[in-house]
Design a protein around this ligand. Structure first.
Ligand code: NAP
Length: 251
């Protein structure tokens, strides 16, 4: 197994991407610590993991609350002995579908402040422990979009680009202390668009069309890559995005 003896904290662990990655980490032997604002969502993922023989704990944590994030990570480190992996995949509260010229400043800034505040808080809390350990991996989900520009995304893509700048800066500062920082560069996961969502077919087609493989990553694919990147097998990888876009972005 790839992640035996590792403790992983996952913010948004009750969500679609967070839950899939948590299941993959647990399957690879990690002890997962799921954080989110709604315990019922976290409990469902934790129950699946335990039923499959894994180890999962849950905690009610708002990833935008500085004290709550610090308390959570300190508590995991104290009880479990280490914080080896930190993955933040909370919702970004983005407002899409409105042209920028018609968007309010509040709606524009909402995803930018959400993404940057939560990644700063969760990355900083994890890095403080990882530096002490001399090892650890901080993962993000998003990516630069590969320079492709799509209209009416509001502040969403701007937030993801800013996250990439933060990832580079953090990687540069913590690398010499043994800590890696990597983004999983997604082109969108079609599976996460709910059945019955208005315009689902067109939306899925718009995600699949630019790929070279004529499909998008599945949630299982995301979990598999995340588990590898978080493992010591990927110990050469830091300050980079891992392209899981099925060729939608050509590097
Ligand atoms: N799905 C995709 O294809 C895709 C592509 C690019 C980027 N992303 C980004 O990936 C993220 C997750 O996507 P998803 O499809 O997994 O969404 P999701 O199913 O809605 O999961 C998001 C989770 O984040 C939790 N959350 C929200 N605010 C939080 C906070 N302040 N503190 C702690 N937890 C919080 C939510 O639970 P509570 O509300 O109970 O806390 C929820 O369980 C989003 O930011 C999305 O923009 C997704």
């Amino acid at each position: 197994m790839l992640l035996e003896h590792k403790n992983a904290v996952i913010y948004g662990g009750g969500g679609l991407v967070g839950g899939a990655v948590a299941r993959a980490f647990a399957r690879e032997g990690a002890r997962v610590h799921l954080a989110g604002r709604t315990l019922a969502k976290l409990d469902r993922v934790a129950a699946d993991i335990r039923a499959a023989g894994g180890t999962a704990e849950v905690a009610e944590v708002d990833a935008l609350d500085e004290q709550a994030v610090n308390r959570f990570v300190d508590d995991v480190a104290a009880r479990a002995g280490s914080v080896d992996i930190s993955f933040n995949v909370i919702s970004s509260r983005d407002v899409q579908g409105t042209p920028l010229v018609e968007l309010s400043v509040g709606d524009f800034l909402q995803p930018i402040t959400t993404v940057l505040r939560s990644h700063f808080l969760t990355g900083r809390a994890a890095a403080r422990h990882m530096i002490g350990q001399g090892s650890g991996v901080i993962l993000a989900f998003g990516g630069s979009g590969g320079g492709t520009v799509v209209p009416n995304l509001g502040g969403f893509q701007v937030a993801l680009e800013a996250l990439e700048a933060f990832r580079r800066q953090l990687a540069c500062e913590v690398g010499p202390r043994g800590v890696r920082v990597v983004t999983l560069q997604t082109g969108g996961v079609a599976e996460t668009i709910p059945e019955g969502y208005e315009g689902r077919e067109e939306l899925v087609a718009s995600l699949v069309e630019p790929t070279l493989l004529k499909r998008t990553a599945t949630l299982e694919d995301v979990g598999n890559v995340a588990a590898f990147v978080a493992s010591d097998k990927a110990r050469t990888m830091t300050a980079t995005g891992v392209n899981i876009t099925c060729g939608a972005i050509v590097d």
